[in-house]
Ligand binder design. Structure first.
Ligand SMILES: [Zn+2]
Length: 227
C-alpha cells in the first residue's frame, strides 16, 4: 500500500494522515502546541513525498498554507522562520534576562511592580522557545517512514548558502524587489532545482498585475502537464 504513490497512482481519498505517536496526540507537528486543525499538504510534481495530512495548530496552519514550497520539510522550515519573526520580542527575553534574575526579582521589594510582569514575560519566552525548537516527529504513513534523511532543507544558489529555501526566497524578494508570494508559488510549481528559472519569471513579471501573474502560474502548470 505504501508504494502506491511511488508508482504514480492516485489515492482515491484525500491525502493520507501521518502516523501520530501516542505522546504527541493532539499536538501540532510544527510546534507541539495543542491543536485541532489539519494541514492537507498537496504534493506537486517535484515533491519528494506523497500528499499528506499533518496535525497543526491554527497559527502554524495559517503560516504553512502561505508557504507550501517544495516539500513538507521546506514548509516546516518556513513556519519556523515565521514563528521566530513573529515572536522575536518574546525570544529576546531569554537573551536579555536569565531565569535567576527573574526569580531574584520576586524577592526584591523594589522589583515588586515588575516582578509579575517579568514572570509572565519569562513564561512567554519559554513557550516561544519550545515552539521554535520543536523538531516534529519523523514522518510516516501506516508505519512506513517518509524521511530517509537524504533530503536536505538547506539550499545553495548562485554561490550563496541558505539554511532553508524560504530564506532564499525572502532574500531574493528583498534584494531584487520581487513579489514574495508570487516567487513562493513559482518555486512550488517548478521545484527547487529550477529556482533560477523561478527568479527569472518573477523578475520579468515585476510590474505585472495579479491577473497576469495568475495566468503565468497556470501556463507553467499546463506546460509541465504537457511534458
Ligand atoms: Zn503549531
Amino acid at each position: 500500500m505504501h508504494c502506491r504513490w511511488q508508482h504514480g497512482l492516485m489515492l482515491p481519498a484525500g491525502p493520507a494522515t501521518i502516523d501520530v505517536p501516542f505522546e504527541y496526540r493532539h499536538q501540532c507537528w510544527f510546534c507541539a502546541e495543542p491543536c485541532h486543525c489539519q494541514l492537507h499538504y498537496q504534493a506537486g510534481q517535484h515533491t519528494p513525498h506523497p500528499s499528506l495530512t499533518v496535525p497543526a495548530c491554527k497559527e502554524c496552519l495559517r503560516l504553512a498554507k502561505k508557504q507550501p514550497l517544495t516539500s513538507i520539510w521546506d514548509c516546516q522550515m518556513a513556519v519556523k522562520d515565521e514563528l521566530m519573526r513573529i515572536y522575536q520580542k518574546h525570544l529576546a527575553i531569554g537573551v536579555n534576562w536569565t531565569q535567576g534574575e527573574i526569580e531574584q526579582a520576586e524577592f526584591d521589594p523594589d522589583c515588586k511592580i515588575f516582578g509579575g510582569f517579568r514572570q509572565s514575560a519569562w513564561k512567554m519566552y519559554l513557550i516561544a522557545k519550545a515552539r521554535v525548537n520543536f523538531q516534529g516527529w519523523p514522518l510516516s504513513i501506516n508505519g512506513v517512514p517518509l524521511d530517509d534523511h537524504s533530503y536536505s532543507v538547506s539550499f545553495a544558489f548562485d554561490g550563496m548558502n541558505f539554511t532553508s529555501i524560504s530564506q532564499a526566497i525572502s532574500h531574493y524578494s528583498t534584494s531584487l524587489g520581487l513579489d514574495q508570494a508570487f516567487l513562493q508559488t513559482l518555486v512550488n510549481k517548478v521545484g527547487r532545482d529550477r529556482f533560477g528559472y523561478a527568479v527569472r519569471i518573477a523578475r520579468i513579471n515585476i510590474v505585472s498585475t495579479p491577473k497576469v501573474k495568475k495566468q503565468v502560474i497556470a501556463d507553467i502548470v499546463n506546460e509541465q502537464l504537457a511534458q
